[in-house]
Design a protein around this ligand. Structure first.
Ligand code: DC
Length: 223
């Protein structure tokens, strides 16, 4: 069974997906980490963000590997072509680089194929932007998770403070979130749009646990 969780940055997808997966015994796939890893590789290798061919080649040839710990359904790290980029993909620099990289059709094509291979291997909570529309249009449950711009910026600042990576300046984070939404929603290739059959959840005034409980209840109904 696939549970697709889509929505804009900072709506709480990552934390909610991990908690849902843990509660119902599914594995968890963070597709944003895959786009971030390709953006990191491009920066590291000096590839320009308008060089669609070179970016596509990175996505097709550099293996992305999630690092697992026994007993934990959520990966604890991510590697690309052998480099551990778990923290490096969470910096403000990657926050800015990832939207143009993820708008390149050749990058999306390569990563979507990998995501489909991973997801077909078991029961997964898959989080991203196009999971219910493109990657798994037949997902048994589709959730579109949103929150106000301000709530998302507040959460992202808190998350960055806790991780010790990324900007903790509220105004900068808010501006970045609005700019990233604009690019993600207006790009030609797989823009961020809810699937017609997605359940919409606005998490602005809900606790994380309330969102998790609601999604787990929906998952149990579908199962
Ligand atoms: O969820 P995130 O912030 O880690 O995602 C990083 C970027 O990757 C985001 O700007 C949009 C892009 N992305 C995408 O285009 N498609 C996905 N399935 C997941 C993420």
């Amino acid at each position: 069974m696939i549970i697709a969780i889509d929505g804009p940055s900072g709506a709480g997808k990552s934390t909610v997906s991990k908690d849902v997966a843990c509660e119902i015994g599914f594995s968890c796939l963070d597709t944003g980490a895959m786009y971030r890893s390709v953006a990191w590789r491009a920066l590291h290798d000096g590839v320009a963000f308008d060089d669609a061919e070179a970016l596509g080649k990175i996505a097709r040839t550099c293996e992305i590997e999630f690092v697992h710990e026994p007993g934990n359904p959520s990966p604890v790290g991510v590697k690309i072509a052998g480099d551990d980029v778990t923290s490096a993909i969470r910096t403000a620099e990657i926050d800015r680089a990832v939207s143009p990289v993820s708008a390149v059709p050749a990058v999306r094509e390569a990563l979507v194929a990998q995501q489909q291979r991973i997801g077909r291997a078991g029961d997964y909570v898959v989080e991203g932007r196009d999971i219910g529309t493109v990657v798994f249009p037949d997902a048994e449950l589709k959730v579109f998770l949103t929150a106000s711009d301000e709530a998302r910026a507040r959460r992202r600042v808190l998350q960055n403070e806790q991780r010790g990576v990324g900007s903790t300046d509220y105004d900068q984070v808010l501006a970045d979130i609005i700019r990233r939404d604009e690019i993600d929603s207006s790009r030609a290739a797989s823009p961020l749009v809810p699937a017609p059959d997605a359940v919409h959840i606005d998490s602005s005034d809900l606790t994380q646990q309330e969102v998790v409980t609601r999604i787990c209840a929906l998952a149990r109904e579908k199962a």
